[in-house]
Ligand binder design. Structure first.
Ligand code: C2E
Ligand code: MG
Ligand code: MG
Ligand code: MG
Length: 286
């Protein structure tokens, strides 16, 4: 059958590799094939909101891999693999291209004009020419830099290979891209880099949100980070907001941006459009 043929075809990319022998390498090989075929990869999007009003303020692009045999594989599992096996630049490029194409489509379909945030891996920043790639996408899709945001984790910013990331980040920011520090508080948490590195936003990791409002320590950390960020002119996104009680705590603490299952799970672009694009005008039947 055609299905059978398709499978044989994909196995061309993993000669001599058997899942039983080395599942990790077989998966790397499958990922290489997925990048070539393109149709197993998808971007989902999770909305960001103002906690009090529920207003839509941004979207985060999250990569999904629908493996033909193994089903949905989490990015937490395959992104580290891609990084170790030299596939991250290509994977990252795919994400940037798709996210920009989606943003461009939304600009023409009546969706609210909010920033689409892209997760950027350390390797994309060190090895690839991120600036050129972004500029090329912006030009082809007729987008403004402010319509694209870049999320970098603390570990990226503190990676020794990064040397001084300040000038490179500053260059991106000067061009108008918004920059956020992802998973804030989970890395080495050196506050010194907040002073050196030009960023617009910090995303407070969901580890600090999970036990709100009951955990006194988490409550103190969240309150302190919000106060610090305000003093520095930085915005804070609370990640992983799942309950009304967490949301209420964050509203009271003055947090103005939230993301989490309480508001929306990551979903395919078409689902978002159903929710956020204005209804199409009824056809004129006269
Ligand atoms: P992240 O950038 O911190 O993304 C947020 C993760 O938290 C997502 O997991 C999202 O589904 C999950 N999440 C959102 N709200 C909630 C909530 O209320 N409760 C819980 N328990 N989880 C929530 P996901 O999609 O599995 O992604 C995991 C990580 O993989 C991301 O963490 C990011 O570091 C990485 N990642 C995803 N897509 C990409 C990509 O395109 N490029 C790169 N370099 N990394 C990516
Ligand atoms: Mg992120
Ligand atoms: Mg995060
Ligand atoms: Mg995370």
């Amino acid at each position: 059958s055609a299905k059978r043929l398709g499978r044989n075809h994909s196995q061309r990319f993993r000669p001599a590799l058997d899942k039983q022998d080395n599942p990790q390498l077989a998966l790397v090989s499958d990922l290489r094939a997925a990048l070539i075929s393109g149709d197993q990869l998808e971007l989902h999007f999770q909305t960001q909101h103002h906690p009090g009003t529920g207003d839509l303020v941004g979207m985060e692009a999250l990569l999904r891999w629908r493996h033909p045999q193994d089903g949905m594989i989490s990015p937490g599992d395959f992104i580290p693999l891609a990084e170790r096996h030299g596939l991250m630049s290509e994977l990252g490029s795919w994400v940037i291209e798709k996210a920009c194409a989606q943003q461009a489509h939304w600009q023409h379909s009546g969706m609210p004009d909010v920033t689409v945030w892209i997760n950027i891996s350390a390797l994309q920043l060190f090895q690839g020419d991120l600036e050129t790639q972004l500029a090329s996408c912006l030009e082809r899709y007729q987008l403004k830099p402010a319509q694209i945001g870049l999320e970098l984790t603390e570990s990226v910013l503190l990676d020794e290979r990064a040397g001084d990331m300040g000038p490179r980040l500053q260059a991106l920011r000067t061009q108008g891209y918004a920059i956020a520090i992802d998973d804030f508080g989970t890395g080495y948490s050196s506050l010194g880099y907040l002073k050196r590195l030009p960023v617009d936003k910090i995303k407070l990791d969901r580890a600090f949100i999970r036990e709100l409002p009951n955990d006194q320590v988490d409550a103190a950390i969240v309150t302190a980070v919000l106060a610090m960020a305000e003093g520095m002119g930085l915005e804070v996104v609370a990640e992983g907001v799942e309950t009304e009680a967490q949301c209420q705590f964050l509203i009271n603490a003055g947090c103005t941006l939230v993301q989490g299952f309480y508001f929306a799970r990551p979903m395919p672009a078409v689902e978002l459009e159903k929710k956020w694009a204005p209804l199409p005008l009824a056809e004129d039947v006269s």
